[in-house]
Design a protein around this ligand. Structure first.
Ligand SMILES: Nc1ncnc2c1ncn2[C@@H]1O[C@H](COP(=O)(O)OP(=O)(O)OP(=O)(O)O)[C@@H](O)[C@H]1O
Ligand SMILES: [Mg+2]
Length: 500
């Protein structure tokens, strides 16, 4: 083995039924570096990391860590050797506290006794080290998704791993948290930790990695130093073909006001939001996590009741706190932030998920209209390029990005006037992102509108007609993408414009 490699995988195969997810992966991971792993949704990235973590056993092939054959070891044994994997799907128990979630995976036992106090001390130290102070006795359920991500990160770090895998850690983080995470990654690297970093955001890959390993269709196709890999070459390696347009832009005429919000308040969260969205517009809400993006959407969608203010849809006031069914009748479609919790029926098939909103309508009486259901689902699976192309596949068997496509797809069975989208492209590959932007384009072209909350500043600049910056529950800045720089936006996002 080359001295540089801390980990080497050889000829790894893994199948799930008829799906051949890994088809003979050879991969070397370089010691002390940030090794980025990229590839389209379903390329096999997470499956490989679960194999590395001992959750899956490879059907064929071997894994070597520090020259030692570690194939077939259990998750516990691998953790003891210094391998920690932060998985794409967060493995947490909502009803348990921060402390319990961090410690119970690997309880602090010495001399047969549970050293809870000592454990708590270690956890506090780690949270301080990652600059993310959290109350240890809060139930994890009450935390935001980004806070939950840091809880899981802390759990991996108390073991001081030699190899740390982060599988799409920023899909749940805002810009500020992402910067925090990057600071942490750099510090870990200085201390000699080796990292594997998975993401679909190319700007992140270029900002943080030393080396990029590209996966396609269950194979590792090429690895190269980041500085020697141009973006065009990288995209071509990932897709097996060129891609020119990342942000297909729809030019739609701006018409009547579809949504108007006046003085929307939510105790401690929103402090008087005024906002209008007109037909033909894509309006982006950007801001740090906690700035109020999700809260605005929640109030609009009815999952939270505002304390004050009015919301009008085409001039008619709608009331908050009325539940999802009413919101749909009012003409809102919403793609929520945390698909695993809110948007997805994991044990159901792709078809059932796609048609869960609308199918009651297509059915006459109690019997579902199978023909309509199948046709609709087929159409959407093709449109969104869900892989595998199988409407009967169970949702839990899909890769993270393909799940996201289905969650979005279920709102496309009907033309809603207004789409509220929360971090809709998080975890989605570049090709599917472009497909989703095209769908937004179709919405505005037929006179609808999109209100998009996003932590991805490139996306906000690339797709929207107007960008609104939220800071601590207020809109502090509004701009059109062609009249503002990324740096200026960041200034408002981080500091509310105090220094801008
Ligand atoms: N438990 C499972 N049951 C059935 N199929 C599975 C299972 N886990 C993964 N697969 C399939 O294996 C393939 C690879 O999935 P994987 O999750 O590794 O992709 P990925 O590269 O991580 O994608 P993403 O970027 O969307 O997270 C996909 O076709 C997926 O549907
Ligand atoms: Mg994955």
């Amino acid at each position: 083995m080359s001295e540089q490699a801390i980990l080497r995988m050889e000829g790894i195969h893994k199948s799930f039924g008829a799906t051949h997810a890994l088809r003979g992966v050879d991969l070397s991971v370089i010691r002390g570096k940030v090794n980025a792993v990229v590839g389209s949704n379903g390329a096999g990235k997470s499956t490989l990391m679960k194999t590395l973590a001992g959750i899956y056993q490879p059907d064929e092939g071997h894994v070597y860590f520090e020259e030692e054959d570690i194939t077939g070891l259990s998750p516990m044994q691998l953790q003891r050797m210094g391998i920690q994997v932060v998985h794409q799907v967060l493995n947490i128990v909502g009803s348990m506290t921060v402390l319990e979630n961090i410690l119970l995976a690997n309880p602090p036992v010495s001399g047969g006794v549970l050293r809870w106090k000592q454990g708590a001390k270690t956890v506090r130290e780690v949270l301080r080290r990652i600059d993310f102070p959290l109350e240890l006795d809060l139930p994890v359920r009450s935390l935001s998704v980004s806070e939950q991500q840091f809880v899981i990160l802390a759990r991996a770090l108390i073991h001081r791993p030699r190899l740390l895998v982060l599988d799409e850690p920023t899909a749940r983080l805002g810009m500020e948290e992402t910067q925090k995470l990057f600071g942490l990654i750099r510090r870990l690297k200085e201390q000699g930790t080796t990292l594997i970093y998975i993401s679909h955001r190319l700007d992140e890959i270029y900002a943080i990695s030393d080396r990029i390993c590209v996966f396609r269709d269950g194979l590792h196709v090429i690895s190269r130093d980041t500085e020697a890999f141009s973006e065009a070459e990288l995209v071509q390696a990932m897709l097996g073909k060129k891609m020119d347009t990342f942000f297909p832009k729809a030019d739609a005429p701006v018409g009547e006001t579809l949504l108007s919000i006046e003085g929307l308040t939510l105790r401690g969260r929103l402090r008087g939001i005024d906002l209008t969205v007109r037909s033909g517009e894509i309006v982006s809400l950007v801001g740090a996590v906690g700035a109020g993006k999700t809260e605005i959407l929640d109030c609009l969608f009815g999952s939270r009741k505002a304390d004050g203010g009015t919301v009008r849809l085409r001039g008619t006031p709608v009331r908050g706190g009325y539940g999802i069914g009413r919101a749909i009748r009012n003409g809102f479609a919403m793609v929520p932030e945390d698909r695993a919790l809110q948007g997805m029926l994991g044990d159901w098939s792709v078809k059932e998920n796609l048609t869960s909103v609308e199918m009651k309508k297509a059915s006459r009486g109690p019997v579902l209209n199978r023909g309509v259901e199948n046709r609709e689902a087929e159409k959407l699976v093709t449109l969104l390029d869900v892989r595998p192309h199988d409407i009967d596949y169970r949702m839990t068997g899909l890769s993270g990005g393909n799940q996201q496509k289905v969650v979005i797809g279920k709102w496309l069975t009907r033309d809603y006037p207004l789409y509220l989208m929360d971090e809709v492209t998080a975890g989605v590959d570049i090709q599917a992102k472009a497909a989703i932007y095209e769908l937004m384009g179709r919405v505005v072209k037929r006179g609808g509108a999109v209100l998009l909350a996003t932590g991805d500043i490139e996306e906000a600049l690339g797709v929207s007609d107007r960008i609104m910056v939220l800071y601590k529950g207020r809109i502090v800045f509004e701009a059109s993408p062609d009249s503002v720089t990324k740096a200026r936006l960041l200034g408002y996002i981080m500091g509310g414009g105090a220094s801008a």
